[in-house]
Ligand binder design. Structure first.
Ligand SMILES: Nc1ncnc2c1ncn2[C@@H]1O[C@H](COP(=O)(O)OP(=O)(O)OP(=O)(O)O)[C@@H](O)[C@H]1O
Ligand SMILES: [Mg+2]
Length: 246
């Protein structure tokens, strides 16, 4: 498949000498949301860190916007149009909201900033009145909104979001995540890792289930919503096979 989004082929990653991501193929198409589901320790965050250029690849290739970014460093990955909010990403608490966004925009041409800011405000109007506040003084939900906004600075082709909702109340999550639909409608592709599976399936068109480093299931969210037991079966297939291996 050839497209301007994210194309991952045969990606493997090791941590502490153990292969935790195994031969993963994955496409994130422009304007579409793909949910990546899987139990704790499945390897989702390790995959994300490898895509970000933080963890080395054992094998495989990564392409974004038609550029081969296999093995590139984080800055170079970002320049290709792949923006990543890794698990546990935090805003810079000492800086103002405005400066947090400017840090993310630092590689942009000067004139672009105003345009970027207007686009960010259209998605997150709440940030407009908070620009001069210290990021550390914001609520958890506002901080995650800012983290998401940072990812969107510079009009990436694809964003990867790893558990943005961790520690947030469901009501806050239900404000934050639907914005992703508008983001995707603007043409940005999204890989969404989200503990609230129902919310993820509502937002996404495609879903992948990862178990023990392997993609066990690829389906449209329509099919998974009609038969949620498919996800459970995929989870158990993983443990069953593991038992056989051990
Ligand atoms: N810093 C680390 N050093 C060594 N092994 C690690 C490290 N972080 C994670 N692992 C291991 O890598 C495997 C995959 O973990 P990973 O965090 O990628 O899973 P995950 O799918 O993101 O899980 P969760 O849903 O809990 O976030 C697990 O076996 C985990 O124990
Ligand atoms: Mg994780």
């Amino acid at each position: 498949m050839s497209h301007e989004g994210l194309i991952v082929r045969g990606l493997s990653v090791a941590r502490a000498g153990r292969e935790v991501v195994r031969a993963v193929d994955l496409d994130v198409l422009p304007g579409r949301i793909t949910a990546l589901l899987g139990p704790n320790g499945a390897g989702k965050s390790s995959l994300v860190l490898a895509l970000a250029g933080v963890l080395p690849l054992l094998a495989g290739t990564v392409q974004c916007g038609g550029t081969d970014i296999t093995g590139r460093r984080p800055e170079s990955v970002r320049r290709s149009g792949l923006a990543i909010a890794p698990e546990g990403h935090r805003v810079l608490a000492e800086l103002t909201v405005s400066d947090n966004l400017r840090v993310a925009a630092s590689s942009l041409p000067r004139g672009k900033w105003n345009e970027e800011r207007d686009r960010i405000f259209s998605w997150f109007p709440e940030l407009t009145g908070l620009m001069n506040q210290q990021a550390g003084s914001l609520s958890g939900g506002q901080q995650q909104m800012l983290a998401l906004a940072q990812t969107l600075v510079g009009t990436p082709r694809v964003i990867v979001i790893d558990e943005l909702s961790l520690g947030l109340a469901p009501i806050v999550v239900s404000r934050l995540l639907p914005t992703l639909k508008d983001v995707a409608a603007s043409g940005i592709g999204i890989l969404l890792i989200e503990q609230f599976t129902t919310v993820a399936l509502d937002l996404a068109q495609d879903a992948l289930v990862m178990v023990r480093g392997v993609i066990r299931l690829r389906e449209t969210t329509e099919v998974l919503q009609a038969d949620p037991s498919l996800i459970q079966v995929a989870y158990h297939l993983g443990s069953g096979e593991t038992k056989l291996r051990n």
